[in-house]
Design a protein around this ligand. Structure first.
Ligand SMILES: Nc1ncnc2c1ncn2[C@@H]1O[C@H](COP(=O)(O)OP(=O)(O)OP(=O)(O)O)[C@@H](O)[C@H]1O
Length: 238
């Protein structure tokens, strides 16, 4: 399975953010998306998840049944600022979520099994999400894609909110599921990108370019990335 992006463009009132993205992401790999603040990483994720409509271009999935446009339900999206119903408990939300996705949930797994998977403790499961920490909310968001297992999973800087143990667990989990998904992960933490990702891509000048694997494994990797990102101009105005 592949996600094929062709000439994806997005402007905001003349501000050219995505300037013709051409790139192919493959199943079985974790991609690290790097870019300066304001480079357009969230905009790209929003266009792929259907939160925003791209002005031009296409996003298509190529699988066993051929090529077809990417649909909203193909995408699991973990936002950097989690959006969840704060008036529900973690348990209630997941019960609701598993009920509406009953066809996708393996029979043998209960809500408690899922909460156990991301180590949300018993005493927290029945508290309102409103009182959860940022990291706990991110865990709940991650459970949504662990339940529905969409082909494309987008993670907008989620691991930065996790403590060291939780981050290790999440990395392990992502590595375990990666063979069945296309995983794209945006982060500003170079060490995390290097450690977790199979491929690194840069979003700069409104386009995506791959970083060679030699560079990824070279001793001056960080300096080179800083140099490459350092010449990113401000987003172009029309
Ligand atoms: N809804 C919007 N309306 C107008 N401008 C927007 C909108 N969303 C994003 N932008 C602009 O598009 C540019 C890219 O923003 P985006 O959030 O995609 O960057 P980013 O790479 O995710 O940045 P960061 O690393 O800081 O999170 C910024 O200049 C931002 O101000």
């Amino acid at each position: 399975m592949q996600l094929i992006l062709k000439n994806l463009r997005k402007d905001f009132g003349g501000k050219k953010v995505l300037q013709g993205i051409d790139f192919t992401f493959e199943k079985g790999k974790i991609y690290g998306l790097l870019g300066r603040n304001g480079a357009g990483k969230t905009t790209l994720f929003n266009c792929l998840s259907g939160e925003l409509e791209a002005d031009e271009g296409q996003a298509q999935l190529e699988g066993e049944k051929g090529l077809r446009p990417l649909r909203d339900e193909d995408v699991g999206y973990v936002f950097s600022l989690p959006i969840l119903p704060e008036f529900l408990t973690g348990y209630e939300f997941l019960k609701f979520f598993t009920d509406i996705n009953r066809d996708k949930v393996p029979q043998e797994l209960t809500v408690d099994d899922y909460l156990e998977m991301v180590k949300i403790e018993d005493e927290d499961r029945h508290r309102l999400i409103k009182g959860y920490s940022h990291g706990m909310k991110n865990k709940i968001q991650m459970l949504c894609f662990l339940i529905t297992r969409p082909p494309l999973i987008l993670l907008d800087e989620p691991l930065t909110s996790f403590d060291v143990i939780a981050a290790l667990e999440m990395k392990k989990l992502l590595r375990e599921i990666k063979q069945d998904h296309i995983l794209v992960f945006s982060t500003h933490i170079l060490q995390l990108a290097k450690d977790l990702c199979d491929e690194l891509v840069l979003l700069r000048h409104g386009r995506i370019e791959a970083i060679s694997s030699e560079l990824l494994h070279s001793p001056d990797f960080e300096d080179q990335i800083v140099m490459l990102l350092g010449d990113e101009p401000d987003v172009q105005n029309a």
